[in-house]
Design a protein around this ligand. Structure first.
Ligand SMILES: Nc1ncnc2c1ncn2[C@@H]1O[C@H](COP(=O)(O)OP(=O)(O)O)[C@@H](O)[C@H]1O
Ligand SMILES: [Mg+2]
Length: 257
């Protein structure tokens, strides 16, 4: 298979815990891959190692032909990988627009000197950014697109989650990592958010996604392929139906012997 992301032999130890244990994980362009496994199986650690939040003890990561092994978060981001976090990182007092733009280091060119010396360009850049943020938000929720300057604090959970995903998408990544995007949401809200994610992919067939998600209905519906972790090791891989039928997965993950 052609590989967009290729992680080989990744290991990460925290004291006595081997959070990732020689993990091989590859993702093809345009895939939606579900990363599943019990709590503590290493899913978030995998995202953290890939995105330069913590270094790997062993292994290599390549992405789109570039070696990203132990690269800085900035380098990872510039290579085209964006993520959301398990716990919200929105600044509630800031506007929707500002929260989205925090994710946009790529286009942001608004240093003091730039601001002072080129006001015209600054305004053009602001307008371009505003339109890009608006277009993105509109895909998720048209009603929100006209409220970009309102603070995030007034928004319900599902809209906050949408804004976090917009923040990750504003830099036009090739690979989007979603860490439990449905956490804290109802079943219906989750279904709605997954429709949004499918729509985003529909509009941008170049986008590749790895999603960590507990709701198996969601995983079945939106993923092309799943990778199952247990104790930092890959215990199964394949279409949801295949992995869900796997005895080892049932034992580890679904708690059925
Ligand atoms: N920063 C850290 N410091 C110490 N232990 C950690 C840290 N991050 C994760 N771990 C441990 O690594 C294991 C995997 O955690 P994590 O990747 O968060 O699992 P998951 O996201 O699958 O629930 C757990 O045992 C967890 O306690
Ligand atoms: Mg996690």
């Amino acid at each position: 298979m052609t590989r967009l992301l290729d992680a080989r032999g990744l290991s990460k130890r925290f004291g006595g815990v081997l959070a990732l244990d020689s993990l091989d994980l590859s993702v093809a362009p345009n895939e939606i891959v579900g990363l599943i496994g019990p709590n503590g199986s290493g899913k978030t650690t995998f995202f953290n190692v890939i995105t330069g939040i913590c270094g790997a003890d062993a292994g290599r990561v390549s992405f789109d032909g570039t070696d990203l092994t132990n690269a800085s978060s900035r380098a990872v981001y510039q290579a085209g990988i964006s993520r959301t976090f398990q716990r919200s990182r929105l600044s509630l007092s800031l506007s929707i627009f500002d929260n989205i733009m925090i994710g946009n280091h790529k286009r942001l060119n608004q240093g003091l000197w730039f601001n002072l010396l080129s006001r015209g360009r600054f305004r053009l850049e602001f307008e371009a950014n505003y339109l890009a943020a608006r277009a993105l938000v509109e895909v998720f929720e048209p009603a929100l697109a006209g409220r970009l300057l309102e603070p995030v604090a007034g928004l319900p959970m599902i809209d906050r989650r949408r804004i976090e995903i917009c923040r990750a998408l504003i830099s036009e990544p090739k690979l989007l990592l979603l860490d439990e995007p449905s956490a804290g949401m109802t079943h219906d809200e989750t279904a709605e958010l997954m429709n949004d994610i499918l729509l985003i992919r529909e509009r941008n067939r170049q986008l590749t996604i790895i999603i960590v998600e507990h709701e198996m209905g969601v995983i079945e519906r939106i993923t092309d392929r799943c990778v199952v972790l247990n104790f930092g090791r890959k215990i199964a891989e394949g279409r949801y139906r295949e992995v869900a039928a796997d005895a080892q997965v049932q034992e580890a993950y679904l708690g059925v012997a």
